[in-house]
Design a protein around this ligand. Structure first.
Ligand code: R5P
Length: 296
């Protein structure tokens, strides 16, 4: 297997290639004045399995198009199998039709990847595992979990005075995992998001949070509406401390600044989306182990 460093993930590609000792194909990439991208693959790919590593945030559409252009060219030059590792897979939340004639972007994105020549997609903690697995069955898919990595991080921090809370029941499985592995209690709030206005209403469902050390966990933060509202509600119940931990940190810097303003003690994410303004847990070791165990 060879690794092809996508323009959006050069650092991560180099780290993974070095750690598991795989040859790295560097892509020649430049931007024309009109904004279009020129791409050329350097190196031999005939009869090779190639793993493209390319994140799909920010610049979702550009990153996706680049993957498709690269995958198609790899197949034209007779690569035997094309894998894609997208640490964060964009459009995965648009997994079903909530109102008539809505575009199911997750399904179409997976279909376009497959049609362009991608045989296998690897990503971390996709929003809806069932949808990811069942949509476009001809495309091989792997949902890699970073929960053990987060657990290892939390292990050094927590004792029985801690409780892990989700902003809604969408993270029930994750909360059960942390609760069992860390020996702490868990519970979730209730969130309703209006499908038209996207306005959020949050309820505490009678959870007793007073004087406890609370960890709020979510899989993703985008606008910050969910996490900020959840934190405000939790803080109104007078906990001893509040930490927010999230896997995919998509929100803008000013959103992360708000956590500090409202009294959240610590914010942590993984680096499926690398950023410098918050503490991050590095996921590259999990990626390396998965690739080694599964494909090498
Ligand atoms: C929802 O189901 C997810 O788990 C997140 O809570 C949500 O997508 C976060 O989005 P936002 O930051 O825009 O509220």
């Amino acid at each position: 297997m060879k690794i092809l460093a996508g323009p959006a993930s050069i650092e991560l590609s180099k780290r993974i290639a070095e750690d598991i000792d795989l040859p790295l194909l560097i892509l020649e990439s430049k931007q024309f004045t009109d904004g279009e991208t020129y791409l050329r693959i350097n190196g031999e790919v005939e009869n090779e399995e190639v793993l493209i590593i390319q994140n799909t945030f920010p610049n979702q559409e550009k990153s996706l198009l680049e993957i498709m252009l690269i995958a198609s060219t790899l197949k034209e030059y007779e690569a035997t199998k094309v894998f894609l590792l997208a640490p964060y897979l964009c459009y995965a939340r648009a997994d079903r039709r909530r109102i008539e004639k809505e575009v199911i972007s997750h399904k179409i994105t997976l279909e376009m990847l497959y049609k362009s020549g991608v045989d296998s997609v690897l990503t971390f903690n996709v929003h809806n595992k069932e949808a990811f697995t069942s949509l476009i069955p001809e495309l091989e898919k792997y949902n890699i979990s970073v929960l053990s990595l987060i657990k290892e991080y939390l292990q050094d921090l927590v004792d029985e005075s801690f409780m892990i809370v989700g902003p809604d029941k969408g993270v029930t499985d994750e909360l059960a995992f942390f609760s069992e592995e860390l020996g702490i209690s868990s519970g979730h709030l209730e969130k309703y998001r209006d499908p038209e206005t996207h306005e959020i209403t949050m309820k505490d469902l009678g959870l007793d949070l007073e004087n406890k050390n609370i960890i709020l966990f979510d899989d993703i933060i985008t606008s910050g509406g969910t996490a900020i509202d959840a934190c405000k509600l939790i803080l109104s119940k007078k906990p001893k401390s509040l930490i927010f931990i999230v896997i995919h940190a998509l929100a803008k810097e000013e959103v992360f600044a708000k956590f500090d303003e409202i009294g959240v003690h610590k914010v942590i994410s993984t680096n499926t989306i690398p950023r410098l303004d918050i503490e991050q847990i590095d996921i590259s070791s999990v990626a390396c182990k998965f690739i080694q165990d599964k494909f090498l």
